[in-house]
Design a protein. Structure first.
Length: 367
């Protein structure tokens, strides 16, 4: 009897021990698993709530990298874009294609001018000036021309130095020196640009009616503008070359001015992509403009004897007018006056000691 009792007690102790051990095991496992239940709660219960109330949970790194608009509390244009991917594309085009190819446009323009100078020489007057002059440009026209030209030169220098400065000026000025100059150049460019745009608009209004193309211009171009051998082609107040220059300014120059305004005044909701595209177009069109400007400056000074007089004194010699703008001269010949009577003492219009006009085989020095 006692053996049965002892056996029952021993069995009870073993069961009790097993229960205690399993309980401890369950408690240990529960202690380790319980913290992980928070993740399960977020996935099952919390995720639905976040998906309904927080759209940002759907944003991925791919969305950010592609420049897709996200959610932000800051109000403004493109404030929801964390990374603007087009900026890297713009940088590669600007510092690559534009910066490496467009300088050759300027070199080509200079090479063409040099070639014309040494092959064709300077276009001289067929007859020595007699002292009779006609009014070519009024004072306000000359002020407008030289103001625009001066601003154009300032913008060309500052613009080119900003575009090519890293490669050209940093080795000369050093990083600190270039940083100081670049700040001055950028501010000058930004403030001078709008004034220049107004001057271009004024030129358009002032001279558009004198630059309407006609059949006479075709004959002028066929004759090479008089640089080729033979009789100088007829022309009105503006010849074909001057009209080409005018309309180039209106079209290409208009693009330069418009893109400059887009970048200078980011107040009309322009996106960064729009301004990057404007910057590329601005750079390419500006270099084309500078290249043609070099040709215009050459023809109006060293390339053509007497051409500069009209824009400096306002008057041109009747000999120059007959030779280069014969149709216009017929309209104004009754207004010819003696240079002495209006106080002209300088310029080829009144110079009686200029080189022999028949010596056109070699270029001569500027008068």
């Amino acid at each position: 009897m006692m053996d049965n009792t002892e056996t029952k007690k021993a069995r009870g102790r073993r069961v009790h021990t097993r229960i205690m051990l399993w309980s401890l095991l369950l408690i240990a496992v529960g202690a380790m698993v319980a913290p992980l239940s928070g993740y399960l709660f977020v996935e099952i219960a919390g995720a639905q709530s976040f998906e309904e109330t927080n759209p940002r949970s759907e944003t991925t790194w791919r969305d950010v990298r592609e420049g897709n608009t996200g959610i932000t509390t800051i109000q403004g244009d493109e404030t929801g874009v964390l990374i603007q991917n087009g900026g890297e594309n713009w940088r590669q085009l600007r510092n690559g294609v534009v910066a490496n190819i467009m300088p050759w446009v300027l070199f080509a323009a200079l090479a063409a001018i040099t070639l014309v100078f040494f092959i064709a020489g300077r276009m001289r007057l067929d007859h020595r000036p007699s002292g009779q002059v006609v009014l070519r440009w009024k004072l306000w026209e000359r002020v407008l021309h030289w103001t625009t030209a001066t601003l154009f030169i300032v913008l060309s220098i500052t613009g080119l130095s900003l575009l090519f400065g890293r490669a050209v000026l940093i080795p000369v000025l050093g990083p600190e020196g270039f940083a100081a100059y670049a700040t001055l150049a950028m501010n000058s460019h930004n403030y001078v640009g709008p004034v220049f745009t107004l001057c271009v608009a004024a030129m358009a209004l002032a001279w558009v009616w004198h630059n309407i193309p006609n059949k006479t211009d075709l004959a002028w171009f066929k004759a090479g503008g008089g640089f080729l051998k033979g009789k100088h082609p007829s022309a009105g107040r503006m010849n074909g070359g001057e009209k080409l220059w005018f309309w180039f300014i209106m079209l290409v120059g208009g693009v330069v001015c418009a893109t400059g305004v887009v970048m200078d005044f980011p107040i009309w909701g322009q996106t960064r992509e729009t301004m990057q595209q404007a910057n590329l177009v601005h750079a390419v069109a500006s270099i084309l403009w500078i290249g043609l400007f070099l040709g215009h400056a050459y023809i109006g000074t060293l390339g053509t004897q007497g051409a500069i007089d009209g824009m400096t004194t306002g008057y041109s010699s009747v000999e120059w007018a007959k030779q280069h703008h014969d149709l216009w001269y017929e309209e104004v010949k009754d207004q010819a006056v003696d240079a002495d009577s209006i106080g002209l003492t300088r310029g080829v219009a009144v110079s009686m000691t200029d080189s022999d006009p028949t010596d056109s085989g070699r270029p001569a020095s500027s008068s």
